[in-house]
Ligand binder design. Sequence first.
Ligand code: SAM
Ligand code: SF4
Length: 331
Amino acid sequence: MSEGARDLVDPFGRVVRDLRIAVTDRCNFRCTYCMPEEGMVWMPRSEILTFEEISRIARICVERYGFGGVRLTGGEPTIRANITELVSQLAALGIDVAMTTNAATLRNIAPALREAGLDRINISLDSLDRDKFARMTRRDELDNVLAGIDAAIAVGFDPVKINAVIERGVNDDELVDLARFGREQDIEVRFIEFMPLDATDEWQKSKVVGQDEIVARLGEVWDLEQVPARGAAPADRWRYADTGQTVGIIPTVTKPFCGDCDRVRLTTDGQFRTCLFATDEFDLRAALRSGETDDEIAARIEAAVGTKWAGHQINQVNFIRPKRNMSQIGG
Ligand code: SAM
Ligand code: SF4
């Protein structure tokens, strides 16, 4: 932790130390579980935080509260112009810099991202079947994504992980194939339970393939042992008894891990959020642009964290969906 930093603690005693930053609301895919096919209205450029504004928020979190890392997401972070420049600015803070990407153009920019200081990368891959991939993402880009995965491994991001959102009746027949792909590539696949953050409001609980079912289906093929400690990481992990490799599951819906959550989020337009599912946001862009000092901005961050709730309400009858979808919040 930086000298002089202190823990940023929420009302439930959880220490907040992980910042997810959405760098664009735009995307070159239109995944059915995230965006509508048409009709997204993009944020005007003037509303989007500049790299200097993003880096300043990150620096405050690092210097004052000892945040150890940030994750860049979106929208699709690789399509933000000059993204390597932002990676360099963040890496200069001496923290771990990670990215979540669809990898469609990663083949071209993986070396530059690595050079700029990107440490870790999570790549989304929901299907190994070209037609199904195209149906789910509404883009025929499977080959480019696979090339992006190869490039990520080749340049040495450590680790490279695969994220696969599993939707019943859509790609749950590929659980074993996707797991096998991870074993063959020697990278961890993490299955993500489908969350009610799709833009078209088609989420239903019946479309969620829960953690227990995923483990049971993988367990029909391989011997799995649960890896004990999860800490603040969102994935529960299992070890394949034969190879020692691991597979993860992010069970947001069926086994929420809110009790260990250490995350906060900054949207592309500078709104600070204390939960993916939060309905309140805190306007840091206005604070940045009205000339507030670091002390004043830090006070806003502390006030926001003071409202972090114990956990999301997906499984309650009174659950209210946030107004923004996943691509606007930054998954
Ligand atoms: N475009 C990048 C990507 O797809 O990796 C980064 C942004 S995306 C919003 C971040 C992650 O959220 C991806 O792994 C994506 O699969 C996941 N995601 C999007 N919508 C989701 C949903 N409704 N439920 C669960 N995960 C979702
Ligand atoms: Fe784009 Fe990622 Fe959303 Fe797919 S999940 S539409 S790649 S932001």
